[in-house]
Design a protein around this ligand. Structure first.
Ligand SMILES: [Zn+2]
Ligand SMILES: [Zn+2]
Length: 321
C-alpha cells in the first residue's frame, strides 16, 4: 500500500513525510483492517511531524481523523486508538483520562495511508448521511469541541460564550444553535468574526471583549490565560469555563472574590471518550453539520501540512487516498 511515513521529525519545509510503498498491515485479534477513504489533517499532525510532540516511536504514519471502510461498513477513528481498560480512570468510565492510552497516528500508525489497522472497539460505525470528506474533520476538532460543551455542562437554551473561533469552535457553534442556545463569540481577527456571524452567532466581539449579558457557560479555545480570565469575568454565579487547549501560556493572577467566588468553575478538557464521538457524530448527522474542506491527495501530505502551517487552508484539510 501507499503510506506517508515519518522516519524522523523535521521542519515541514524539508518534506519529512516520505510517501512510499509499505506492506499492508495485518490485524491482530481484536483489531480490524480498514481501507482508508479519507483522513483529516490536524495541527497536532504538524506538531508530530515537526517533533514538537516528542517522537514515541520511529517510522510512524500520522493521521488521527480516519474515515475507513470494512465489508461495506464505514467507521470513524479518532485520536484515541485504545485504552488499557483496567486503570482507575477506565474503571470509573473516564477513559479519556486513561493512564496508558494509545494515540492514533502517534503511538500507533494512523490514516495517512491506503489501509490502517485499528482496534475494533475503537472504530465508531458512522451514521448514514455523513459524507466521507465532511466527516473527517469532525473526528478531532468536532468531537473535542463537543466534549468541551459537555465539560462546561451546557443545557439547552443557555447563554454560551465561545472565546476563540478556530476549527473546533466553528463546529461547536451549529451544535449550540441546534440546542437553542444564545451564542456569543469573542475572537481575534475580522475573518473569524465574519465567519461566526455567518454561522449565526447572536453576538460577536473581539478577543477579550465581554459579551453584553452574563454567560451560563464559556469555552476557551485560545492557548491564552488572559482569555480564560476574560471568559471567567463574563460568567454568572455558578457558571463554568471549560478550557479547550492542551497548553496555556500561563494563568495570570486574578481576583478570587469577583471572579471565582459564587461557585464559578474552571475546568480543562482532556481527550475524548468513545461515547463523545458516537453522540457527536449522530448529532452531526441529524443537524446536517457540514464543515468546509480542502482536499489533498495522499501524495500531497507534506503540502497539506505546509499549507496548514502557513494558514492557507480554507476550512479543514482532508487527504484522500
Ligand atoms: Zn487533531
Ligand atoms: Zn485506563
Amino acid at each position: 500500500m501507499r503510506g506517508a511515513v515519518l522516519t524522523r521529525p523535521a521542519s515541514i519545509a524539508s518534506r519529512p513525510l516520505e510517501i512510499r510503498d509499505t506492506p499492508v498491515p495485518t490485524p491482530a485479534p481484536g483489531q480490524m483492517l480498514l481501507r482508508v477513504r479519507a483522513c483529516g489533517v490536524c495541527r497536532t499532525d504538524l506538531h508530530i511531524v515537526e517533533g514538537e510532540l516528542k517522537p514515541l516511536r520511529g517510522n510512524v504514519i500520522p493521521g488521527h481523523q480516519i474515515v475507513g471502510e470494512r465489508d461495506g461498513t464505514r467507521y470513524g477513528v479518532t485520536w484515541m486508538a485504545g485504552v488499557d481498560g483496567t486503570c482507575e480512570y477506565c474503571r470509573r468510565g473516564e477513559e479519556n483520562l486513561c493512564d496508558s492510552p494509545a494515540f492514533t497516528g502517534y503511538t500507533v500508525d494512523g490514516g495517512y495511508a491506503e489501509y490502517a489497522v485499528v482496534r475494533s472497539d475503537f472504530a465508531i460505525p458512522l451514521p448514514p448521511g455523513l459524507d466521507d470528506l465532511e466527516t473527517a474533520p469532525l473526528l478531532c476538532a468536532g468531537v473535542i469541541g463537543f466534549r468541551s460543551l459537555r465539560v462546561a455542562g451546557v443545557q439547552r437554551g443557555e447563554r454560551v460564550g465561545l472565546f476563540g473561533f478556530g476549527a473546533s469552535a466553528h463546529l461547536a457553534l451549529p451544535v449550540l444553535r441546534a440546542w437553542g442556545c444564545h451564542v456569543s463569540v469573542s475572537t481575534r481577527g475580522l475573518s473569524h468574526r465574519k465567519l461566526a456571524e455567518s454561522l449565526g452567532a447572536d453576538w460577536v466581539g473581539s478577543e477579550l471583549d465581554r459579551p453584553p449579558t452574563r454567560l451560563d457557560r464559556a469555552v476557551t479555545f485560545a492557548p491564552s490565560g488572559d482569555v480564560v480570565v476574560a471568559a471567567l469575568s463574563s460568567l454568572r454565579k455558578g457558571g463554568v469555563v471549560a478550557i479547550n487547549a492542551i497548553h496555556l501560556d500561563r494563568i495570570p493572577q486574578f481576583d478570587y472574590d469577583s471572579l471565582l467566588w459564587g461557585e464559578r468553575q474552571i475546568r480543562s478538557v482532556t481527550n475524548v471518550t468513545r461515547a463523545d464521538a458516537r453522540d457527536f457524530l449522530q448529532l452531526a448527522s441529524e443537524i446536517g453539520l457540514r464543515p468546509k474542506v480542502t482536499v489533498f491527495k495522499l501524495e500531497q501530505a507534506n503540502e497539506a501540512l505546509d499549507a496548514l502551517r502557513k494558514g492557507r487552508i480554507s476550512g479543514a484539510a482532508v487527504l484522500v487516498m
